[in-house]
Design a binder for this molecule. Structure first.
Ligand SMILES: Nc1ncnc2c1ncn2[C@@H]1O[C@H](COP(=O)(O)OP(=O)(O)OP(=O)(O)O)[C@@H](O)[C@H]1O
Length: 740
């Protein structure tokens, strides 16, 4: 396959646009991926699922298709699986479409809003969950979408989040005026099957801008898939051999390690090598980043990272805070650090190419199940696909490490020469189906009877793949019964009608079971302690919990003795239930520390988590607290509604109630708010009457922030509303499957 000139675009775009592509955006020819997609009709309005390797130019296909739809007066929605990816694309699209005079927006936050402000934008970037929630909220502008781009469409096979995408796609498939669909994906085994379900054309492209060589390291040699091999110098361990070989040739190495612990220990080991390759000027730039990060983080996880960064290496996992993670990515992209050791979650998220990718273990630890499992071929291919930086490397190389001859054979056959697995629908599990059945009935007027629900289910990928209609209908029937008995639905003959509660649960984007547990809690007590609320929140199926490690049990049981009454929940007799109980209890204690302003580094130490975990835990808990406060309000439990409302805000900001007013200001977090409070500025009024200069003297405030505080207060006084792009937050509920 060859690249082609831009002439083909003249059929679809004005000459001035094509010239702009070349002059302003540096696109002078089309990659084979783009040529194939255009040949297949992506610019003629055809629905397409495009499967092509990483960095093969899929994004430009999407941009051209979006540009085409915008010129015709339409609107495009671009869905990405993660917030980090959505914001990366938002940056990219803002400049691309800005050149042509179109406006791009991003919406990934608040799951309880239809974001009417999006109406004014031409390109809207969201996460899959946010798009689903916008559909549930019946966002008015949704009808105006003429092109839907679904990035990483293979996520439909993900056990935790695939069903949301599947239901979303089924809903759009059934829309009377269905938008054009462009699905983008890495290599998938059953592309044809997926495309057939979507009534789209499958387009498979194998071309890569940088050729990829795959091999297995065994006993000092790399054995490649084409039968060739190469011998490496011996430096003591497989990882050392591979790292030396890469760094000596001025390359960078990206290592995938199965657990956080192993990633940190591999990074420490590699630091002995990377430090030798670090140039003084590189060290100086790294040091600037390190000292900036030191002012943000003081916890032991980040401090360990900062020490390694100064030696030219980093680990990367979901326990790191957002700023620390982006610093690692930036330093690696800019060639300053030589090696990154990541947990496999990185493969699904950030785009961080390197000359050589090493996968140290084909197994991965499943935290929920407590044992190692084989990683899927598809995941291996995604990690391997990160090898080779366009424009920098002539060739990329992915290497698996074998510990025996047998393993060498195994890895060559089962990974390198194997085809990725088929994507499987994840819709049929009960918790998944229960949320989605409620949401479909509650938020779409066309599915309000047994027969229309049956028709909807028939249109899903699950039934397209499995054809066992009766199994799904039976399961749906039992779910419907439960939804009726829990008060979310009513049945009138053939009709299925959502109750007000059912509609609200669907809008709030929580599992109906979470709402039921909340309602049972409200019914059983008139008031509750903060710890009891936190326990109740952490025990819901939507919550994220921390793990109880060896050694935790003892101190947790000690705490329990003292706090039993305050907790108000009895420890269960059953061993497995007891394990879950301790996990929830530990999470509730962490959240309580958080809202009592215990410093982040102490929480990290006490609960053996990273700053990234604290963010994701608190974000989910905050959402559940908010949702349950809404449910309480609707059901007449006013005291609980108020308490949970306040609690939700406290969890969001990690503060005692007395600081809530102060943290409502931009730039004022838990630490600065406490400083202001201690200096006597306890409310917005105190701040309004204070002199800017006085404020600037409060620790952590300074001149800039003092000015900003004053500005915010005066614009509030004038009643200005900030309706433009809300600030980007951390991962939303349901984004957490990625935490490793
Ligand atoms: N026709 C082209 N001419 C020059 N550069 C291009 C062209 N198409 C894409 N690129 C560049 O190639 C790089 C990789 O492209 P892109 O990010 O679109 O790949 P992708 O297939 O979307 O990757 P991923 O699977 O990671 O999402 C980008 O830097 C992009 O700007």
């Amino acid at each position: 396959m060859n690249a082609a000139g831009l002439d083909v675009l003249l059929k679809y775009f004005p000459r001035s646009f094509v010239e702009t592509l070349s002059k302003k955006l540096g696109i002078n020819q089309l990659y084979p991926t783009q040529v194939e997609a255009i040949k297949s009709g992506v610019l003629d309005g055809r629905d397409i699922v495009l499967s092509a390797p990483t960095a093969s130019g899929k994004t430009l296909v999407a941009e051209l298709a979006m540009l085409k739809t915008l010129i015709a007066g339409g609107k495009a929605l671009y869905m990405a699986p993660l917030r980090a990816l959505a914001s990366e694309k938002f940056e990219e699209f803002s400049s691309f479409f800005g050149v042509f005079g179109y406006r791009t927006a991003i919406s990934t936050g608040d799951f309880d809003s239809d974001d009417p402000w999006l109406e004014k934008y031409d390109v809207i970037v969201t996460t899959n969950e946010k798009a689903d929630s916008l559909l549930r909220h019946k966002a008015r502008w949704f009808d105006k979408i003429t092109l839907l781009v679904v990035d990483e469409i293979h996520l439909i096979g993900s056990d935790k989040r695939g069903a949301t995408l599947e239901v979303f796609l089924t809903r759009t498939k059934l829309m009377p005026r269905r938008p054009q669909l462009l699905g983008l994906s890495a290599t998938i085994g059953n592309l044809e099957e997926l495309a057939e379900w979507l009534q789209a054309k499958p387009v498979r492209v194998d071309w890569r801008p940088v050729p990829l060589k795959e091999g297995v390291y065994y006993n000092g040699e790399i054995f490649y898939s084409d039968g060739s091999s190469t011998t490496l110098d011996d430096h003591g361990t497989p990882l050392y051999d591979l790292a030396y070989d890469t760094l000596e040739n001025e390359g960078q190495i990206l290592v995938f390690s199965p657990t956080r612990r192993s990633a940190v220990s591999d990074a420490k080991k590699l630091s002995a090598i990377t430090v030798k390759f670090l140039k003084p000027q590189e060290f100086r730039v790294i040091r600037e980043h390190v000292s900036r990060l030191k002012s943000v983080y003081t916890d032991k996880v980040t401090l360990e990272l900062l020490e390694l960064l100064s030696k030219g290496v980093a680990f990367h996992h979901a326990g790191l805070g957002l700023e620390a993670r982006s610093a690692v990515e930036k330093l690696f992209r800019e060639h300053l650090i030589k090696a990154v050791i990541a947990t496999p979650t990185l493969a699904a998220g950030v785009n961080l190419p390197a000359r050589r990718v090493v996968i140290t273990d084909y197994r991965r630890f499943n935290v929920e199940l407590g044992y190692y499992e084989k990683i899927p071929v598809m995941e291996y291919k995604q990690m391997a696909g990160r090898a080779g930086r366009p424009r920098y490397d002539k060739e990329g190389e992915a290497v698996l490490i074998a510990r025996s001859l047998q393993e060498l054979e195994f890895l060559l056959n089962e990974y390198i020469n194997a085809r990725p697995e088929k994507l499987q629908s994840q819709l049929a599990s009960e918790p998944v189906l229960r949320s989605h059945i409620l949401s479909i009935i509650a938020t779409s007027e066309n599915v309000r009877s047994y027969s229309t629900l049956g028709r909807f289910l028939t249109s899903t990928f699950y039934l397209h793949q499995n054809k066992d209609y009766f199994f799904v209908i039976e399961r749906a029937r039992s779910i419907l019964e439960k939804l009726v008995s829990s008060g979310f639905l009513e049945v009138e003959g053939e009709k299925l009608l959502p109750t007000q509660l059912g509609v609200r649960v669907a809008e709030l984007y929580i599992d109906p079971e979470t709402a039921t547990q909340g309602l049972n809690f409200f019914k059983s007590r008139e008031k509750a302690s903060t710890l009891a609320y936190l326990y109740m929140i952490s025990a819901t199926p939507d919550a994220q919990t921390v793990h109880v490690r060896r050694g935790d049990e003892e101190w947790l049981e000690e705490k329990l003795k003292v706090m039993k009454e305050e907790l108000g929940f009895e420890p269960p007799e059953d061993d497995i239930e007891y394990e879950f109980f301790l996990q929830v209890f530990k999470t509730a204690l962490l959240l309580e520390d958080w809202i009592n302003e215990v410093p982040e580094d102490v929480i990290v130490e006490r609960y053996d988590v990273g700053p990234g975990d604290i963010y994701s835990l608190t974000l989910t808990a905050q959402w559940i607290a908010f949702a349950l406060s809404e449910i309480a309000k609707l059901s007449g439990y006013d005291v609980h509604a108020v308490n949970l409302g306040v609690l939700s805000k406290r969890i969001e900001h990690g503060v005692k109630e007395e600081l809530l007013e102060l943290v409502s200001l931009k730039g004022i977090g838990r630490v600065r708010a406490r400083n202001l409070f201690n200096f006597g500025y306890k409310s917005l009024i105190d701040l309004a009457v204070a002199k800017e200069e006085e404020l600037s003297r409060v620790p952590g405030i300074g001149k800039m922030l003092a000015k900003s505080i004053k500005k915010q207060l005066s614009s509030r006084e004038e009643g200005e509303v900030d309706e433009e792009q809300p600030e980007l937050g951390e991962p939303g509920p349901l984004d957490f499957y990625l935490s490793s």
